[in-house]
Design a protein around this ligand. Structure first.
Ligand code: SF4
Length: 189
């Protein structure tokens, strides 16, 4: 997976992720908020991911695990896909744990995608021709967030950099079509 085509793109992605982590941590420190797990676990939320480069980077992380562990995770991923398909028949909101989460910890923490890194903290997003969008942060952090001033956490430059990198990656690697996949779907390829 980490061959010469992917390597320069994965390096850029890793640098972008590091920038996200730095800004997220600074904001979390500002609020005195430290995620230690909660009932409303964001790893149970059905997030969709839209970039081939993040999918391939996640799969390159899977390749770093021993075969048995990787196979066990993929089996769990297949089960999660079935459970979500079943829940989708009734449109019932489904809280189903991400197949990478074991005992509250992410098995591929260094390879987790953007939304896992940006979630939880009050933020803003600026899109051309639209009003700025503000997000409140997660419920577990609300007492911390409401107790102090808003710390600017603008997701816009991260989304823009990711879109640019994805475009360059698609041009170079030419994966088929667009994607809209959950972590579970990405893991089963
Ligand atoms: S990839 Fe990791 S951080 Fe993201 S939802 Fe899954 S377990 Fe949680």
């Amino acid at each position: 997976m980490t061959d010469t085509i992917h390597t320069p793109f994965f390096k850029q992605l890793s640098t972008l992720y590091a920038r996200m982590d730095t800004v997220w941590t600074a904001a979390a420190d500002h609020y005195g908020f430290h995620c230690r797990g909660c009932v409303d676990n964001c790893c149970e939320t059905e997030f969709h991911h839209h970039t081939h480069i993040e999918k391939q980077y996640l799969l390159s992380g899977l390749d770093t695990l021993d075969k048995e562990t990787a196979a066990e995770i993929q089996t769990r991923a297949a089960t999660v896909c079935e459970q979500r398909a079943e829940a989708g028949k009734t449109n019932a909101p489904a809280k189903i744990m991400c197949p990478l989460n074991t005992d509250g910890l992410c098995r591929l923490y260094d390879f987790r995608p953007m939304i896992c890194r940006l979630h939880g903290i009050p933020h803003e997003l600026h899109r051309p021709g639209a009003f700025p969008m503000k997000g409140p942060g997660c419920e577990a952090g609300e007492p911390f967030f409401s107790a102090t001033d808003y710390q600017t956490f603008d997701r816009t430059p991260f989304y823009s950099s990711m879109a640019r990198l994805e475009m360059e990656y698609r041009t170079a690697v030419a994966p088929p079509g667009r994607i809209r996949e959950t972590i579970a779907e990405m893991l089963i390829g």
